[in-house]
Design a protein around this ligand. Structure first.
Ligand code: F6R
Length: 579
């Protein structure tokens, strides 16, 4: 998704810092990029489509704005890439978000020369109009920003000053020894500084030789207070791995261990779940599947009903929330707008909010009443792996805490961490399977009960990294339609744990086998119905964890076999901050 990085300081290395900052947020996904810096009272802009180059030519400047774009309004072209300038190249802007009323605002810009198809460019021309009258950049930016509908962040410079505003789109300020930097993701700032301020909605930051932050509505200045953030930069680099996805899969046993060593906040949240009048787990994509798994876990092991909704659908079923409801919002990035929006609506109804997130200081983290950090470390591969395992682990721990059996939860999680290590040790056993199915166009993943969310997550991982059409199904649903798609040789993965689903899922495996499917069995015991079997030891309630890891490794290996970069699936972004 779009990324912003901006620097102002007294050293002349602003363009280099901007290039480095954009490289650190590359993982979020983008299709074009641009860097602008002031040079001899003029702005010089370098833009291109595709990925950033390995190096950036040395340029001397104290002010620079950079952007990585993920196209929404207008195609992937150099003209549409940011930064954008006014008609005279005196003002420069980068923008994240969508200006929803841009067509209406554009109508007033007939005298301007628009060079792109973007909603972003109209912002800088509107600011140009205001600035030509007042020569005051801060008031011009604030006036124009207040006209925008939608969730946006903009950063504007005239070469001597940087002015930034945000509403609903993340922006973080960092303090350098000789200046300041701004970014849409703290991961771009943390290599440079540990002193950060997470800018709140409807605030304006003005940076020149000094820093002011003010409220856009009241115009009052806000006390500037930097937070010191502890961060291990080395852990966010590839180290000896070729791809982040491989590194992050390998980190998973450690992620579980960290969760088990930091369970105090989970204890508090378990109490809230016990006393709430209705608990709602919400999230998107992979996080939604963790939430769905939560409903099965709570029902089976804590005998408690909890509700689940996809984040983008929760808005439409929120009418029954009351101040006694508890909303547990699950999001790796803590910035997914489809999760944040319903959280805000629930907050307006005075519900209590729990953020289960991997990102300290994220919008969700700051919005929530209770903050359950996943502590999985930065996740850079677009396809989520270790964050999902962290979410599942927290769900298991919370379930057993609510059931008053925390130690039992700890034991099954420890077992699953050991089993992940076994799977990783035996990963080469999957090579034969990869060779067999890499050229297939369709793969089906089946599970029942707790294995149903695993089937959904497996299919999502395979889709993202391999572009093979993969479908996750509740196995019982197969005969209600999808069975028509099973033909000779269609790979069907069946999850067969040692639980109440075992006999029924084996019967479903026989159904697909009878239609010619190539049946891939995953679980503790082999069975004659399987054409290929991958053994995963029984880990009780935690079997969902090693079962998912099987699918992660398979998806990763399939991507490599197909010559694809598993870290950067086409069309996808790491953090989805638009609706
Ligand atoms: C899939 C994946 C996405 C995210 C989804 C929500 O591998 O990563 O489906 O899970 O976009 O993201 P977060 O968890 O950041 O809210």
């Amino acid at each position: 998704m779009c990324g912003i990085f901006a620097v102002i300081g007294t050293s002349n290395n602003a363009p280099q810092l901007t290039f480095k900052g954009l490289s650190d947020i590359e993982y979020r996904g983008y299709d074009s990029w641009g860097i602008c810096f002031s040079s001899d009272d003029l702005f010089k802009t370098i833009k291109n489509i595709g990925f950033l180059p390995k190096t950036f030519p040395e340029q001397l400047s104290q002010v620079s704005l950079g952007h990585t774009r993920w196209a929404t309004h207008g195609g992937v072209t150099i003209a549409n890439a940011h930064p954008h300038s006014d008609c005279n190249n005196e003002l420069i802007l980068v923008h994240n978000g969508i200006i929803e009323n841009y067509l209406e605002l554009k109508a007033g810009l007939r005298k301007h020369l628009l060079k792109s198809e973007t909603d972003s460019e109209i912002a800088i021309h509107l600011i140009e109009d205001e600035y030509s009258k007042s020569k005051d950049l801060s008031s011009s930016v604030s006036k124009v920003f207040s006209k925008f509908d939608g969730l946006n962040a903009i950063v504007v410079t005239n070469g001597t000053k940087i002015v930034a505003c945000k509403k609903g789109s993340p922006l973080v300020l960092g303090k350098l020894t000789d200046g300041y930097c701004l970014a849409s993701d703290p991961n771009a700032l943390l290599p440079l500084t540990d002193k950060l301020i997470f800018i709140e909605d409807n605030q304006m930051v003005v940076l020149n030789d000094k820093l002011t932050i003010s409220d856009l509505k009241t115009k009052k200045e806000i006390q500037v207070k930097f937070t010191k953030v502890i961060w291990d930069y080395a852990s966010s680099t590839l180290q000896n791995y070729e791809y982040f996805m491989e590194k992050e899969i390998n980190e998973q046993p450690k992620v579980i261990e960290t969760i088990l060593n930091n369970s105090a906040v989970a204890e508090k949240i378990a109490k809230e779940i016990k006393s709430a009048f209705g608990t709602y787990f919400i999230g998107c994509g992979t996080a939604a599947y963790a939430c769905l798994a939560g409903t099965y876990l709570f029902s089976k092991f804590a005998k408690k009903h909890v509700n689940f909704s996809i984040g983008s659908e929760f808005n439409y079923i929120e009418d029954y929330l009351t101040p006694k409801s508890l909303v547990v919002a699950v999001s790796q990035s803590g910035e997914t707008i489809d999760t944040i929006e319903p959280v805000n609506a629930a907050k307006a109804k005075k519900c209590k909010i729990v953020a289960m997130t991997n990102t300290l200081g994220s919008t969700l983290y700051r919005t929530a009443d209770y903050k359950l950090l996943l502590n999985a470390g930065v996740e850079k591969a677009v396809a989520s792996t270790k964050a999902f395992i962290a979410m599942l682990s927290e769900m298991i721990l919370l379930t057993f805490m609510v059931a008053g059996k925390k130690q039992a939860g700890v034991e099954v999680l420890k077992k699953s961490a050991l089993e992940i290590k076994n799977i990783l040790k035996n990963a080469n056993l999957l090579d034969e399977l990869v060779n067999k199915i890499a050229k297939q166009e369709h793969i089906f993943c089946l599970g029942r009960g707790l294995s149903y969310p695993v089937a959904l997550e497996s299919a999502l991982k395979i889709k993202e990294t391999t572009y093979i059409h993969a479908e996750g199904y509740a196995a019982g649903e197969l005969k209600h339609g999808p069975l028509a798609l099973i033909t000779k040789g269609t790979p069907v993965i069946v999850y067969v744990p040692n639980d109440e689903t075992r006999d029924s899922i084996l019967a479903n495996a026989k159904e697909v086998q009878a239609r010619g499917a190539y049946v891939i069995g995953v679980g503790p015991d082999n069975n004659p119905v399987f054409d290929f079997f991958f053994k995963v030891k029984d880990c009780g309630a935690s079997s969902v964890i090693p079962h998912t890891v099987f699918a992660q490794v398979l998806a990763y290996k399939l991507a490599l076999k197909k010559g694809l970069n598993p870290d950067k699936p086409r069309n996808l972004a790491k953090s989805v901050v638009v609706r």
